[in-house]
Design a binder for this molecule. Structure first.
Ligand code: KIV
Length: 262
């Protein structure tokens, strides 16, 4: 990648049939690794509520926490576009609140876009934000901030509604849309129907790009994982083994050795 990714470059990638690689990151080290490894889009996701804060959902995450993490990530990324995820209740109360909070991502961090969840219901919000000059990534299908309305983290199968949501976020001005927890055939239809790129997570291979959560795909998260996660490394296991050996060597006096001493 020659320079930082932009909204226009994502449109061109879709037109040329080039796949978009997206990944979440939340801190300096993960962002640097992602940015230097060919990731086009880094989402500072509110999934940090679960993988960083250990909460059972994304709902408790605050705007200030999102700003803190997004500033760190966006300060490192030189190639990927950085997107700040708008947390629960940072845009739902009304357009003014949404514009003020979305604006914070662009003013207080170096992020160049925001993401928010919802289809037809957030149409006016997406329109207001894009009119204010803030690029918006939409997120439809399984939307974790509505976990209680959906009755759990469930695959969404209402094709008519999903297609309508996708068309509405596109016409409202979103520059891309995350499709989460949607059968592959529906995601394929949506991808073909839209001119903006679709980024899938649990939405099959036909999306214009894919996104995964950093901790899930690298194996830090050793508990139950959704079916759509592929683990490309087992860093949790490697870290445990390394720390166990460190503990043994400290206790036995093997560490530090002469080469570690001044
Ligand atoms: O919060 C997040 O990380 C997300 C992605 C999984 C799309 O919304």
């Amino acid at each position: 990648m020659q320079s930082q990714m932009t909204v226009t470059r994502f449109f061109k990638m879709k037109q040329k049939g080039e796949k978009i690689v997206a990944l979440t990151a939340y801190d300096y080290s993960s962002a640097k690794i992602a940015d230097e490894s060919g990731v086009h889009m880094i989402l500072v996701g509110d999934s940090l509520g679960m993988v960083i804060q250990g909460e059972s959902s994304t709902l408790p995450v605050t705007m200030d926490e999102m700003i803190y993490h997004t500033r760190i990530v966006a300060g490192v990324a030189k190639n990927a576009m950085v997107i700040g995820d708008m947390p629960f209740m940072s845009y739902q109360p009304g357009l003014k609140v949404a514009i003020e909070n979305a604006g914070r991502f662009l003013k207080e961090t170096y992020a160049s876009a925001v993401k928010l969840e919802g289809g037809a219901t957030v149409r006016e919000t997406i329109k207001a934000l894009t009119e204010a000059g803030i690029p918006v990534q939409a997120h439809i299908g399984l939307t974790p901030q509505s976990v209680h309305m959906m009755g759990g983290y469930k695959v969404q199968r209402d094709e008519e509604r999903l297609l309508s949501d996708a068309r509405q976020v596109e016409s409202a001005g979103a520059f891309s849309v995350v499709l989460e927890g949607i059968p592959s055939e529906i995601a394929e239809k949506i991808t073909k129907a839209l001119t903006i790129p679709t980024i899938g997570i649990g939405a099959g291979p036909h999306c214009d790009g894919q996104i995964l959560v950093f901790h899930d795909m690298l194996g830090f998260n050793e508990g139950h994982l959704p079916k759509f996660v592929k683990q490309y490394a087992r860093l949790g296991e490697a870290a445990r083994a390394g720390i166990r050996q460190y503990a043994e060597e400290v206790c036995s006096g093997k560490f530090p050795a002469p080469e570690h001493c001044y």
